[in-house]
Structure formats: C-alpha cells, structure tokens
Design a protein around this ligand. Sequence first.
Ligand SMILES: [Zn+2]
Ligand SMILES: [Zn+2]
Length: 172
Amino acid sequence: MHELQKIQLQDLPASGWHWHADVPRSQLEDEQCGHVDALHMLNSDARWDVDLQRQGGCYHLSGSWQARVGRDCSRCNAAFEMDMQGETLRVFQLAKGATGEDDVLPLPGKVNLLDVLREDIWLAWRLTVVCKPDCKGLCQRCGKDLNDGPCACPTDDGDHPFAALRTLKLDK
Ligand SMILES: [Zn+2]
Ligand SMILES: [Zn+2]
C-alpha cells in the first residue's frame, strides 16, 4: 500500500500497483489534502479499486470507485442517501522539464491520487437528484409533501387560465 497523496510514477515496479482500498472520508473532506476541492457530502469512506500500469512510455490509471453521499431531493427536498459510482481513467506521461499540464509530469512524476479520486467524484456529480423515481414532490400551492398523501387544495379548476400548466412536468 502506497500513500495515495505521494505517488511517484518513476518508482512504479514492472508489476504495477493496485489499490483496493477504502479511502477515508476524513482525507477526502480535508481541505489540506490536495488542491482539488474537498468533498463535503460523503456519508462513507470511498471505495476505490484501481490499477496503475506502465505501458510503453505511458502510465495508465484505471478502475472504479463508489461512495455513499447525502443529498436533498430536487422534488420534495427530503434528505436522503444515495450511492454514487464511476470509473477512473487517466493516462500520465513523464518528461524532463514538463510543466504538469495535460498530465505530462516532470520527473519523478508526483501524483496525488486523492485529487484524482476527488475530481472523479465531482465529475460524476449531478445537480438534480430524486429520492425515488416516482417522488411526487411538493404541492406548488400549499407546499405539502404529496408523498404523504394528497393535500386539500382544490383540483377542479379546469377553467383557470393557467390550468394547463398543472399537466406540465417540471423537473427542477
Ligand atoms: Zn423526493
Ligand atoms: Zn396543496
């Protein structure tokens, strides 16, 4: 096991490295650990299953991750937990005097894998999420959570000028 924040590509043995690890939530949330924005919504450690292999002059980092996060439903505002998962895929190269742009790194090829994982979780982030696929949301008039049953608002207003709007599906 190598410290995720202090990988040096130059040290990679011919057999490569493999991580099958629970990356501590405390590290992913720690502002001091790396330059990619820290994560603040984790409800668990993140599981990372990732391989680093050298192929020719390139270093391939590939695998998958999953984490449990706390979200608010975009329809009913209820707090709920959901699992996020995604792929990790990066190709690094080493070059003398490189600036670190485009994943071409100067020797000895320092990589902060914690940043890579943070970045992947941010990239998979969706702005709108629902607590369940058939969440009924809140009544637009009285604010009642319609998952708990219908509210007392009148529904028979077919001659209301904006009645047609009620049939529109608004996915905020
Ligand atoms: Zn909901
Ligand atoms: Zn209502």
